[in-house]
Design a protein around this ligand. Structure first.
Ligand code: ADP
Ligand code: F6P
Length: 472
């Protein structure tokens, strides 16, 4: 047994290992909102992060990074295929996102999911100090809380689901649904997800939930909503630098000084509604309600899950659509859509946010969506307009956004035009209100409220992200 007193267990480490042809290893930031949110929490706590290093094969040794101990978990090539790309991202991911794409089930994937969850639980059980706080993250590791409790009943174990939790009818489709449900003690992004979970414990397990609590084998389990957030102060700080301000101006100039820049920043994922967004933009050009070069769209689509069939097909469709729009509405040297299938550093992203007149965050379904929050925090000038899907968890927090239903193309188009044409004082009023909200509801508040609900004592090192670890 080791002496880690605050442990986060997540599918991925905050950095991915990249090995070149000569066998040299470098590290690159991992994609996704989970890393964005948890990195500052762990750094403030000198915690331990157990996760996969992003490539198949032997795991590198544990190492320290920014005061956090990173402990890589090995996954074989077959496990990447079955546990990660298969059960996690072709079965659970679509099912939990309202089945906006068909889910696929294979029995061999479940076996691998089970075995990999056991490996994470074993490593954590070995590393955790007596009575340690262990915080398990997301849908890839839903069996870990239960497995860990069997191995180490002394631990205080919390689980947070970063994505939506489906309604009973959808969850019931899942093979091994009982095992998954029994393993969970849960925090969710939105109240509806917690309600779905509690309804399922009644329906499938015959429990009798009361309010947010359910009694399980003499333990009181709480299932509640804890909307995740960003490190608002850090985002504001980056956005306030001269470097970002200058770069934002440059971007506008490089795009030909259009009146309206519509920006999308998403992992290239079918839940993000990129196709619907492009279709809405194309129709607006067709209708003449927007015109190139006065209006252009920039779509950043971060590479994601590139070997999963549905993601490969999505990429083909999106790239074909971009080509079509540019073919029909672009001009020499002036494309209608600037499509960037790449990752950027925080400064470039902040500059893109600052250059954008309209930020399009229009997922068909999303647990939270931190891009929406980053956009708001980056608008230190209080300008810009956020068009936000009602189906993103963030819509519950950023109420002054221009809310749209991305399943309704007419509504989506109207949302873009309304946001682009809204009077400046209206836009500034909305942005100010949303920035105020995010200053108060930042990621450290999220972590604190979850850990408080978990019963972590106030003086524990894990309790107060954002301040130095308390002495124990
Ligand atoms: P998800 O977790 O589904 O990917 P979120 O919107 O919650 O969605 O989080 C995405 C995170 O990834 C944000 O912190 C965002 O800044 C970051 N990100 C998205 N696209 C890029 C990119 N091209 N380069 C670097 N970071 C990106
Ligand atoms: O919750 C969103 C999430 O699935 C995280 O669990 C994950 O780290 C991120 O998106 C990126 O996905 P992936 O790790 O599959 O690249």
């Amino acid at each position: 047994m080791s002496n880690a007193s605050f442990i986060v267990v997540a599918n991925r480490l905050p950095v991915d290992s990249v090995v070149d042809d000569e066998g040299n290893r470098t590290w690159r930031r991992s994609p996704g909102g989970l890393v964005t949110a948890l990195e500052p929490v762990l750094q403030a706590n000198s915690g331990t992060w157990i996760g996969w290093a992003g490539t198949a094969g032997e795991a590198p040794d544990a190492f320290e990074s920014d005061g956090v101990t990173l402990m890589p978990v090995p996954l074989s090539e077959q496990e990447v295929l079955r546990y990660y790309e298969g059960f996690s991202n072709a079965s659970l991911w679509p099912l939990y996102h309202d089945a906006v794409e068909p889910r696929v089930f294979r029995r061999s994937w479940w076996k691998s999911y089970y075995e990999v969850n056991e490996r994470f639980a074993d490593i954590c059980a070995r590393e955790a100090a007596p009575g340690a706080v262990v915080w398990v993250q997301d849908y890839q590791l839903q069996l870990v809380p239960g497995m860990l409790r069997e191995r180490r009943p002394d631990l205080r174990i919390g689980f947070f689901l970063h994505i939506p939790f489906p309604p009973v009818e959808l969850f019931m489709q899942l093979p091994h649904r009982m095992e998954i449900l029994k393993g969970l003690l849960v925090g969710f992004q939105r109240p509806l997800a917690a309600q779905n979970f509690l309804a399922l414990t009644r329906h499938l397990l015959g429990y009798r939930p009361r309010g947010h609590y359910v009694n399980v084998d003499d333990r009181l389990v709480r299932a509640d909503a804890f909307p995740i957030s960003i490190d608002t102060a850090h985002n504001e700080e980056v956005a306030g630098t001269e470097r970002v301000r200058q770069r934002a101006k440059e971007i506008r100039a490089e795009l030909g000084e259009p009146e309206t820049i519509i920006l999308g920043v998403d992992r290239l994922d079918y839940t993000k509604g990129i196709e619907q967004r492009l279709k809405a933009f194309r129709e607006l050009l067709e209708d003449g309600r927007l015109q190139v070069p006065n209006a252009v769209m920039v779509q950043v689509a971060t590479p994601s899950r590139e070997r999963v069939d549905q993601y490969m097909k999505l990429r083909e469709r999106v790239e074909r659509q971009v080509g079509r729009i540019n073919g029909e509405y672009g001009q020499v040297g002036l494309p209608a859509v600037h499509y960037l299938h790449q990752s950027f550093d925080r400064y470039e992203l902040a500059a893109l946010y600052q250059a954008a007149d309209v930020m399009a965050v229009t997922p068909l379904r999303d647990g939270m969506n931190l891009v929406a929050k980053e956009y708001v925090a980056s608008r230190v000038d209080n300008r810009g307009a956020l068009v936000l899907s009602e189906f993103a968890g963030a819509a519950g927090d950023l109420r002054q956004a221009f809310l749209v239903n991305p399943h309704d193309l007419t509504d989506l188009k109207d949302g873009f035009v309304t946001a682009a044409n809204a009077p400046l004082d209206d836009k500034m009023k909305r942005m100010r209100a949303m920035r105020r909200y995010l200053r108060k509801h930042d990621v450290s508040r999220w972590a604190r409220s979850f850990l408080t609900a978990l019963g972590v004592p106030e003086r524990s090192a894990a309790y107060n992200p954002g301040s130095p670890p308390a002495e124990v």
